[in-house]
Design a protein around this ligand. Structure first.
Ligand SMILES: [Fe+2]
Length: 273
């Protein structure tokens, strides 16, 4: 099964700029740094990488889960550290959705839309709260696609990777594998809360999986669908492919136990493959 977002690689126009935001302002530890690349380690199980780019790219959307009991403190900490929280059209900053959770949004220097979110169903004693904001895991990565591709993309994720779906609409779906929530949206549906146009960012998404057997199953399903993939004999713990022009890599990682989503009591922790 897919367990989590393990690594996200984004493009930036300024390594120093992202370092000032993610390290100096958000206090994410730096795990690697060169003139053209920097890696942050917001939690032990996720790496956020930026490489210097020269091609225009669109901003990405990502969301970090925090414990409900730590949400207000995380929001206050952001305010205390001069992170501009985005407003809804009515002026509010914190959104409470259906009484089951809360979230806030802000942007980095490249315009990437970040979110801190909590859900009342998430069990708080399963994962440690990391850093000044008490992050648990990277929950969401946005995947804008053409309006007529939303259905095909989410069905591929179900068929190929065993994802489950939630909030299934014509222009929006959560495609869920473990703690990883892919936000499959139409480019015609703007990102909340600032009605930001959703375009395809230049990004590589690396998903953690629970076993080599699962990877082998994915390879045969990719074969059956005629989707090319890369899998090197000396790296049997990894397979890379593209879906709807998004580079995706599945990797067997040792740092995230397969039963974490179930222990967190995520509603769709069970997967079909
Ligand atoms: Fe989101």
């Amino acid at each position: 099964m897919v367990t989590h977002f393990s690594r996200l690689q984004l493009q930036t126009f300024s390594i120093q700029g992202v370092k000032q935001f993610y390290h100096e302002q958000l206090a994410f530890p730096v795990s690697y740094e060169s003139d053209t690349e920097i890696h942050f380690q917001p939690t032990p199980s996720v790496t956020l990488c930026f490489t210097e780019g020269s091609e225009p790219t669109a901003p990405a959307h990502i969301a970090f889960e925090v414990a409900t009991s730590g949400f207000d403190a995380a929001v206050n900490w952001l305010g205390d550290h001069n992170v501009a929280l985005l407003k809804w059209p009515d002026g509010r900053i914190v959104d409470g959705f259906g009484g089951t959770g809360k979230n806030v949004y802000f942007r980095d220097g490249d315009g990437n839309l970040l979110e801190i979110i909590c859900h009342s169903y998430v069990q708080e004693d399963v994962l440690p709260s990391i850093g000044a904001m008490g992050l648990l895991y990277l929950r969401e990565v946005g995947f804008p696609v053409e309006a007529d591709a939303v259905v095909a993309f989410r069905e591929q994720l179900v068929r190929l990777l065993g994802f489950q779906l939630d909030k299934v609409y014509d222009n929006f779906t959560f495609a869920i594998g473990g703690t990883a929530h892919g936000v499959i949206v139409s480019k015609t549906r703007k990102w909340i809360p600032i009605a930001m146009t959703a375009l395809q960012p230049a990004m590589n998404v690396i998903l953690g999986v629970s076993s080599i057997a699962f990877l082998e199953g994915v390879k045969s399903r990719l074969d059956a669908d005629g989707i090319p993939y890369e899998s090197e004999p000396d790296a049997p713990n990894r397979v890379s492919f593209q879906l709807h022009a998004y580079p995706i890599c599945l990797e067997l990682t040792e740092d995230f136990e397969a039963d974490v989503p179930a222990r967190l009591q995520l509603p769709l922790a069970r997967q079909t493959l």
